[in-house]
Write a protein that binds this ligand. Sequence first.
Ligand code: GLN
Length: 497
Amino acid sequence: MSIEYDRLTIYEASSLLRSGEISAVELTRACLERIRQVEPRVHALVTVTEEMALSQAQKADRLIAAGDADPLTGIPALIKDNICTRGVRTTCSSKMLENFVPPYDATVVERLGQRGAVIVGKTNMDEFAMGSSTENSALFVTNNPWDLSRVPGGSSGGSAAAVAAGEAFYALGSDTGGSIRQPAGFCNVTGLKPTYGRVSRYGLVAFASSLDQIGPLTRDVTDCALVLSAIAGYDTRDSTSIPYPTPDYPSCLVADISGLTIGVPKEYFVQGMQAEVEQAVRAAISKLEELGAKVEWEVSLPHTPYALAAYYIIAPSEASANLARYDGVKYGFSYRDAGSMWEAMEKTRQHGFGPEVKRRIMLGTYALSAGYYDAWYVKAQKVRTLLRQEFDQAFARFDALVTPTSPSVPFKIGEKTDDPLQMYLSDVFTIPVNIAGLPAISIPAGFAAGLPAVAKAKAGLPIGMQLIGKPFAEDTLLKIAHAYQQATDWHKKRPEV
Ligand code: GLN
């Protein structure tokens, strides 16, 4: 019987590698073959790094033969295209950086390399990570492998779609307001946003520096724990990275969650959300209760409705400052046919950035300008403090909070592109977490059965559940999520692409 590589977890593949049943080179070739098969339909990858992957796989085989292997050794992975990879184009899915080849690796990439990981490519995203559907990519649109006419979510849509479609065992994404969790929910994979400061941002192209975090997208919670262990930890090259001990996450995964307290904030079950999403998530919470967790079904976090507005001041403000560096002089796209330096700079930005990025720069520049600064930026920061305090109070009583990841199942490509506000609303449940710097995980929690079953995706469209934790309590989240996955098999369902 042939092994279906595209369905294995990291753990399973790693034991095959260690028992000698397959080699890392064979596993990598199988992955590259899968990429060739599904990419014409999914369009998740900006770059395939075949040559580099095969040479890393040869190195991994030598490590395995020498008995020096780690569970990630020889396992094919993908990296979101806003995370720098030495010698490999890192575009941020923007025309501005279309030909940018970083001279260094991001810390997370370096750490995966130290474990003998195999990088098979870079994933598509919303331009500069601004978006919730990957439709803002200046390169191409990615399709959801569960229904090719729908979005995979965003901004790490390429990472989520590729993991769901079996193009690699795991992927790294980045999350500023939901960009790991929302696409994970939309593609039926597991996605974790770590506590702010847990994972180094060195080499992550900055969007909103006080909110950005890198994290894993995987096929299950065990794999998520493995990848987080590899990438987490203090880094002197990121001044916001926190010198806090990194637990060995896989060893935290005991299936017993009896006695843990979980709160269900009522503000996350809002009017206008899809009924099937609510039903599935409520059923999933009942499952947690059955597994022994103490669930309080009606908790209130009254400032929640202000999070989205605060985010759309804070994130664009920081973006407007971070993106000032793209002037056509230092690196990236450069408009050459100009009469003066100022014209060259203007034209570079006019032609190099897409419409959503320009909208954010304008919003942010406005919010930071003299006269408006106090009314907008300072006020948003005050709301941020209130939200943080509110979460602190909740976490004095609960080990975790549970919510839907998104108010809807994956929407149709093109459905929200003309309405930025509707698009922004896809992240109402994920944004408060970034505002407060907390860790959160999205795991598969069911499928919307009432929606028309789409071609080949017989089960319908995926629904994600979000667990939010105390700062640095990723271990608690992984434990609860793992217990849920031991008792259910939503996460084992894969789309037929
Ligand atoms: N969708 C949100 C935005 O557009 C979040 C993006 C992200 O997390 N990178 O800003």
